[in-house]
Design a protein around this ligand. Structure first.
Ligand code: GLU
Length: 311
């Protein structure tokens, strides 16, 4: 039987905090108990935020936690040409189109539409305005003229066409862990943080709520969504274990997997660790990093024990 493949996929734009630690420990624990492989992937497509120093610091934090990953570690920034080719293939198939709108253009179009209809602007699961479709119907010559003039553009998924060619509905295959029921998972507080969200399961995905999602940015020939789907496939990932904040993203990932023609892994979305005000931990909110905890004398064993892992 082929061994299950797990991965931890941090973005190297700062130090890891406890939320990352729980995610990494869950992946490692499941891989261990299911005789699986454990991979590491640096999601470093953002040239403005990702830094090699952070990637090195993340590896140091993971080693401090006692986690070992298979080599080589995949760095998304080294595979931009592969993502670009996939975007081109989707465009050739009529499933993606260039979008020349700036954020301001989109905000204005959405406000106009809302004023006309008297209804609030629909939002995507990340809270951004659902793309109103301004560039969806540009003619080939209009597109050629704008590109020749050097106008920057993103690439968007043509959601209606994508759903029309994708086979049927998308079932999120969620996997449970019989040895660690969700109710018990990470319920003990550590320091000043407490996990609150319930584990989220499977069900039928609804990719259309993302509208014509961006699959390639202006500055990078991919988006998080496309890169994660392609990399999970290339790395042979069978089990994705990540935070509940990415549950809605999974809806879009299932559609992209169908369009690209790669298998869908099984998913498990674990509860997020939140600070006392109920906010998700984040560097930008000054949440304590693992390095801070280490400096304060907290040991990896304490972290493991407090979140219910074997020390
Ligand atoms: N790179 C993402 C993050 O750090 C995680 C992506 C994933 O697990 O699918 O939030």
């Amino acid at each position: 039987m082929t061994r299950p493949v797990f991965r931890f996929a941090p973005s190297p734009n700062g130090r890891l905090h406890l939320g990352h630690a729980v995610s990494a420990l869950l992946n490692a624990d499941l891989a261990d108990r299911m005789n699986g492989r454990l991979l590491l992937r640096m999601e470093d497509i953002d040239p403005g935020r990702s830094r090699p120093e952070w990637a090195a610091a993340i590896r140091e934090d993971l080693a401090w936690l006692g986690l070992r990953f298979e080599e080589p570690v995949r760095h998304q920034s080294q595979h931009l040409a592969t993502y670009r080719r996939q975007v081109e293939a989707l465009a050739t198939a009529g499933l993606a189109y260039p979008c020349f709108c700036s954020r301001r253009d989109i905000a204005a179009a959405v406000a106009d539409r809302s004023a006309t209809t008297g209804r609030p602007a629909p939002r995507d699961p990340d809270g951004g305005p659902l793309y109103p479709g301004t560039c969806r119907h540009l003619t080939l010559s209009e597109i050629a003229a704008r590109r020749a003039a050097g106008a920057p553009h993103t690439w968007r998924l043509a959601m209606d066409r994508a759903l029309a060619v994708a086979p049927g509905s998308f079932h999120i295959h969620a996997f449970a862990d019989p040895d660690r029921p969700a109710a018990r998972e990470g319920v003990r507080p550590i320091g000043s943080v407490t996990p609150v969200a319930q584990e989220r399961g499977g069900g039928i995905a609804n990719p259309s709520r993302w509208g014509d999602a961006v699959i390639a940015r202006r500055d990078v020939p991919t988006s998080y969504h496309l890169a994660v789907v392609m990399d999970d496939a290339v790395q042979g990932v069978t089990h994705v274990v990540r935070g509940a904040d990415l549950l809605a993203a999974t809806d879009l990932h299932l559609l992209l997997q169908a369009l690209i023609g790669v298998p869908s892994p099984a998913y498990r979305h674990h509860p997020l660790i939140r600070d006392p005000s109920g906010e998700k931990l984040a560097k930008s909110r000054g949440s304590q990093s693992l390095a801070d905890l280490r400096a304060a004398g907290i040991t990896p064993e304490e972290i493991r024990r407090r979140f219910g892992f074997r020390a």
